[in-house]
Design a protein around this ligand. Structure first.
Ligand SMILES: [Zn+2]
Ligand SMILES: [Zn+2]
Length: 293
């Protein structure tokens, strides 16, 4: 692979004129000759920001769904390639010359998802039904129930084994509207790229826990250093014990660059910033990162 470039398309913050911010995450990955959309934010912000940044979403070779929550999948409804896929679907065959885009996500990303805070009504936080249907019928969908290569040198983890005793899914998540069946978010997955500098790991929300995720990637690529970790860490709801133990466990990886985004939360981000001086930074929407493999 010659180049690895990441552009933050959607994030909770932005500093760049003309861009919008929302609670959500989407990254544009340029890896060698492949262009990959990793998550899609929650709305048309994806399409707006991509346009402002000169990124053609329709040119994506693949889409990765880190998991099925609305703030990572909602933007798919506004994508031009979904419109193209719809045409293909209606015709029954591809008369448009448009190749169905390749999509990588776990089966459980397509199931109902709810959240309910104490004393409040249940909230539907899953992928929009229309988007689920479009992805399932009109794209080249690969269900990732194991580590899967999506392009040369770039892979997704599939389900992440959970071994730590201090990490959990990070919220009151359920599979049903009555909120009886907890959602363990087995669909949660990360992407990773092995570069000459070390591994670059891209997190969605890290509902499996950031430490479980990093340990699993290290198991998949043993004896390789982890150079960069970027994405949501879902420490926004973490208590002091979890944050302290996460910081302790992070030391074992000697990460060069840690970029906690989206659902990290101010307290955890500030703590990481102080605990790993010189190694932690932010990447608001519009940021571009060049990584030399
Ligand atoms: Zn989530
Ligand atoms: Zn999220």
């Amino acid at each position: 692979m010659n180049t690895l470039r990441l552009t933050v398309l959607v994030e909770n913050t932005t500093r760049r004129q003309g861009l919008m911010a929302e609670h959500g995450l989407a990254l544009w990955i340029e890896a060698g000759d492949k262009q990959i959309l990793f998550d899609a934010g929650q709305s048309g912000v994806l399409r707006h920001n991509a346009g402002q940044l000169g990124i053609n979403l329709g040119a994506a070779d693949a889409i990765v769904l880190s998991h099925g929550h609305y703030d990572h999948t909602g933007g798919l409804a506004a994508m031009p390639l979904t419109e193209a896929s719809r045409r293909v679907c209606r015709n029954g065959e591809d008369k448009t010359g448009v190749q169905p885009v390749r999509v990588f996500g776990h089966e459980q990303a397509f199931t109902d998802k709810y959240s309910r805070r104490p004393g409040q009504a249940a909230r539907d936080i899953g992928m929009a039904r229309y988007t689920r249907q479009t992805l399932q019928t009109a794209t080249a969908l690969t269900l990732t129930d194991a580590p899967t290569e999506i392009g040369e040198g770039i892979s997704v983890t599939g389900p992440i084994p959970r071994h730590t005793d201090f990490e959990d899914v990070g919220g009151p998540f359920f599979k049903d509207e009555a909120c009886r069946e907890p959602d363990d978010l087995i669909d949660d997955q990360a992407a990773f790229v092995d570069t000459s500098n070390g591994i670059v790991i891209i997190l969605g929300c890290a509902h499996s826990g950031i430490i479980n995720t990093l340990r699993y990637v290290r198991e998949l690529l043993p004896k390789r250093p982890i150079h960069t970790v970027i994405g949501g860490t879902h420490l926004v709801t973490a208590n002091e014990v979890r944050i302290r133990r996460t910081v302790e466990a992070l030391r074992e990886f000697e990460i060069q660059r840690l970029i906690p985004l989206h659902c990290t939360g101010f307290a955890a981000a500030a703590r990481l910033w102080n605990e790993f001086p010189g190694h932690v930074s932010t990447c608001p929407a519009g940021s571009r990162l060049e990584l030399n493999p």
